[in-house]
Design a binder for this molecule. Sequence first.
Ligand SMILES: [Zn+2]
Length: 184
Amino acid sequence: MDYLKKFRVPVAGLKQGKHLFRFSIEKEFLEHFFFQDLSNILANLDLSLDKQPGMYHLVFEIKGNLKTLCDRCGDDLDFPFETNQEMFFKFGQSPGEESENIIVIPFDQPEIDLSQYIYEFITFAIPLKKIHSQGGCNKESLKKLNEIINTPEKKKTDPRWKELEKLKTFNFLPNGEKKKNNIQ
Ligand SMILES: [Zn+2]
């Protein structure tokens, strides 16, 4: 079954006025979009959809938990998140994005697919710096990281460096004069 199907709201058949919907957002949601750092999600979306003459007004309230990796120690990090957003879908002749939260759709569009918007709202809700609260980091991991940082870098042993060394030797004669290239 198409997991994202449940996020398509059949708007055309709704009566005028406010309608409330609840959706659950699970780990499977992450498989359909590109989330750089998330490994799990469990959240609820409470959607209020107001059908008015000429447009739909949607208010999104997403609340739940995300699982990602700590930027400091690299261990799993669970954090609660919450975001409130609104979107307007108004009827018009030329469908497309009028602004960040105003979308023009044909008046007879049968449904609105929420999944792309949910993806964007979750992405906005992820903090830039994701770290455990004080003292919550994995001490072993931090110790190992410190060892790596404080170990001097080994001498380059990449074979390409050796080739470069050879070139340097062959291009110069012992008296320092540059040797002519053998290209005819
Ligand atoms: Zn940590």
